[in-house]
Design a protein around this ligand. Structure first.
Ligand SMILES: [Zn+2]
Length: 235
């Protein structure tokens, strides 16, 4: 890691629909401030997440059993149990402070692990405004599934994050960004992965059925979110 990321306490951390001041110690202890399916701010949102997670798992099992990805390689890797194993992510981000990275388990034994989760949220912050929000755990699962698929294809590389959360102000400055972008709600990710084409990533993400998938061919990145199942191609 080149250059330390700014401290957690220097950024604002807002829960989904439930703003709170981010202080690392408080955040880790105050579970009402942290997302999980039982304490999520609104029942509706919780329901959406549960549906999305169910959908994602169904898609993942289809992907793992299906013909699109080499079944022998998957069987070898024991991917049938993919979602019952601890969930890993390897994320990298290039910012003006240098390279930031997260590599580790964020979910195990049926629970989101708060410390790694906060590190991930921090990495996925709006860098322009230095604002972090609670990122959707389903979005993280989609990325985890995507990385799992890449791994069984022999690609063990970090997901290069180019955009995670965006404040409304940052979002409004981005040309072509939807006004109600899921980035604003911490439910979308943009990026790429070395060793895997953007179209390959989009194909894998669509197969997981976790939400929306946008493929930007010329700029070589994919947009992934936990919203409605839909896909599109942009420039
Ligand atoms: Zn996006």
């Amino acid at each position: 890691m080149a250059g330390p990321p700014p401290s957690l306490t220097s950024s604002r951390f807002t829960g989904l629909g439930r703003p709170c001041v981010l202080v690392m110690g408080e955040l880790l202890m105050d579970t009402t401030c942290c997302f999980d399916e039982k304490t999520s701010p609104t029942g509706q949102q919780s329901l959406d997440w549960q549906n999305a997670r169910r959908r994602l798992m169904k898609g993942a099992f289809a992907a793992l059993a299906g013909s699109l990805f080499a079944p022998t390689a998957l069987a070898r890797a024991g991917e049938r149990d993919f979602w019952s194993l601890p969930r890993h992510l390897w994320l990298r981000r290039h910012t003006s402070n240098g390279v930031e990275e997260f590599k580790g388990v964020y979910f195990a034994n049926g629970q989101l692990l708060m410390e790694p989760y906060v590190q991930i949220c921090r990495l996925m912050r709006d860098v322009r405004e230095d604002a972090a929000v609670q990122m959707s755990p389903v979005l993280l699962d989609i990325l985890c599934g995507l990385q799992g698929i890449a791994r069984v294809q022999g690609v063990d590389e970090p997901l290069i994050t180019t955009s995670g959360h965006r404040s409304r102000r940052t979002n409004s400055r981005i040309e072509g960004a939807a006004r109600n972008s899921l980035h604003v709600q911490g439910r979308a990710w943009d990026g790429r992965m070395p060793g895997m084409s953007s179209s390959g990533m989009a194909e894998a993400a669509k197969y997981l059925q976790g939400g929306g998938v946008g493929l930007y061919v010329q700029r070589e990145f994919v947009h992934i979110d936990d919203g409605r199942l839909r896909s599109w191609t942009g420039r």
